[in-house]
Design a protein around this ligand. Structure first.
Ligand code: PMV
Length: 330
């Protein structure tokens, strides 16, 4: 009744923002992401009859009450599927800062879903795992598959048609690189769940977001399949700014950017003006992710490493989907 899984984090090229069902994490719009090979979470789950409650250690420290509750809620879905009333010891390790806009909840809930179902001897297929992971964190639905992924919003009330499907595998476009610039390792004040709950009802721009997202999805799929970097970068950057426009105009305002964020955005624009093609994308946090082609990645990495605002850099290509491993954390 013990298993360990690893899952890569993923960064959306077309973002998910706003839900039609908070309990099941059913989104108002479909989204597309790229799995990141260098950012991952490893999670070990052990169910045992001898324990009276679930426990959780993240990165060597006892997790907060909220984190334990969220994990326990997720484990209860797995317990229900397995028809077992049994608690678990969970230990999780990220190789990058958590809760800072680097999608640790995506890799975390994907790894947890795979490890917990395996530990209870449930054999879910990729679609079922994606549906399960989605209930822990929407973006986790996309970390089950590797490469380039679309999380289709679905329309059914029970969420059985809202899951992530592969668009192209991780070796489809080896030149495509995402450079993650970590600017601050502080945990953010408003998590994405709390944040996105307020936007649909309060932002005057949310309707515009929904009205244009279908076009962004079509352009992004085409760009991935045809390996058209300019189309991909332009669409992703614009989509990110549209999402942040709805965040900024949410009541209370969601300003996830820090001064360092703007500084890096300006540097991306200036690199582009000088002829090095690159584009930015940002999630619910201050970090900036820069899309570029492999031939420019060393230059861009050096450029950003020299900035005092940049604390750490990960140069990623498309990663694999969630998988089981023998390397238990305890
Ligand atoms: O899955 P969540 O609740 O962490 O929400 C993710 C929201 C964004 O990162 C801002 C966008 C996305 O699609 O990943």
């Amino acid at each position: 009744m013990k298993a360990t899984a690893t899952a890569n984090s993923n960064i959306a090229l077309v973002k998910y923002w706003g839900k039609r069902n908070n309990e099941l994490n059913l989104p108002n719009n479909s989204s597309i992401s790229m799995s990141l090979n260098k950012l991952y979470t490893t999670t070990t789950v052990e169910f045992s009859n001898g324990i009276k409650t679930d426990s959780l250690i993240i990165d060597g420290k006892k997790a907060s009450k909220e984190e334990i509750e969220r994990t326990s809620k997720h484990l209860s879905i797995v317990r229900k599927l397995a028809r077992k009333e049994i608690f678990a010891r969970v230990e999780s390790k990220n190789n990058f800062p958590k809760s800072a806009g680097l999608a640790s909840s995506a890799s975390g809930f994907a790894a947890l879903s795979l490890a917990a179902t395996k530990a209870l001897d449930l054999h879910l297929d990729r679609k079922e795992l994606s549906i399960l992971a989605r209930q822990g964190s929407g973006s986790a639905s996309r970390s089950i598959e590797g490469g380039f992924v679309e999380w289709v919003k679905g329309s059914l009330e029970d969420g059985s048609d809202s899951y992530a499907k592969a668009i192209a595998p991780n070796d489809h476009w080896p030149e495509l690189t995402m450079i993650v610039a970590v600017l601050t390792k502080k945990e953010k004040k408003t998590g994405s769940n709390a944040g996105m709950e307020k936007t649909p009802a309060t932002s005057p721009f949310y309707k515009c977001w929904l009205d244009t997202v279908e076009q962004d999805l079509e352009k992004t799929k085409k760009a991935i399949l045809e390996k058209n970097f300019s189309l991909l970068g332009k669409t992703a950057e614009m989509n990110c700014l549209k999402m942040h426009s709805t965040m900024l105009t949410t009541e209370p305002h969601l300003i996830y950017w820090e001064p360092e964020t703007i500084k890096v955005i300006k540097e991306v624009l200036s690199l582009r003006e000088q002829g090095t093609e690159c584009y930015f994308t940002i999630d619910a946090g201050p970090q900036v992710k820069v899309l570029c082609m492999k031939k420019n990645s060393e230059k861009i990495k050096k450029y950003f490493s020299a900035m005092k605002e940049v604390k750490e850099i990960f140069v990623c290509t498309a990663g694999e989907g969630a998988k089981l491993t023998e390397k238990d954390l305890f």
